[in-house]
Design a protein around this ligand. Structure first.
Ligand code: S3P
Length: 170
């Protein structure tokens, strides 16, 4: 991987972060991590259970501590990390990403994200669609702080991975 930097996939729920992240890790021959899976593994709970039992604020703290743990374990070895849709909104996560790697925003419309994940009961913040639409609007300017921004509306995961590789190789 050029300059041994990790890659962070950023974007709203349903934007394809994990799919594209797995492809990238495969092509770069480095490990892939999904921060949601790390949080679930460390806590021994599903994400809906964490939200229901402890609330969103606790989940956000878990995202930060799991990312710190993961980066410590990686010990500066590069990897690809798919962040949950709200993780990049937390300043500590943006700082960790900026210190250790390159962030890539997969930018899709709210409608397209919804098309891909509608009816998914595993996403607590998707249960109220009007609130989810508001969140989407509030988050766009923060996602836009990512180092690389891609229009991911109609590209396939493999096209997106290709475009990201081309950008980081330049
Ligand atoms: C969230 C997105 C989810 C998960 C949690 C909260 C969010 O991840 O972290 O349900 O705040 O947007 P995905 O983006 O992988 O669905």
């Amino acid at each position: 991987m050029p300059e041994l930097r990790s890659l962070y996939l950023v974007g709203f729920m349903g934007s394809g972060k994990s799919t594209v992240g797995r492809l990238l890790a495969h092509r770069l021959n480095c490990p892939f991590f999904d921060l949601d899976e790390e949080v679930a593994r460390h806590s021994g709970k599903t994400i809906p259970a964490i939200f229901a039992e402890s609330g969103e604020a606790v989940f956000r703290q878990m995202e930060v501590s799991c990312l710190q743990t993961l980066l410590e374990k990686q010990n500066s070895k590069p990897c690809v990390i798919s962040l949950g849709g709200g993780a990049f909104i937390t300043p500590a996560i943006r700082e960790l990403a900026a210190q250790t790697g390159i962030s890539v925003w997969l930018n899709l419309s709210f409608e397209e994200c919804l098309n891909r994940i509608a009816g998914d009961g595993n996403r607590p913040l998707l249960q109220n669609l009007e609130r989810a639409r508001e969140l989407f609007g509030q988050r766009q300017p923060v996602y836009a702080q990512a180092n690389i921004q891609l229009d991911a509306q109609s590209a396939s995961p493999s096209e997106l991975a290709q475009r990201i590789l081309a950008r980081i190789e330049n």
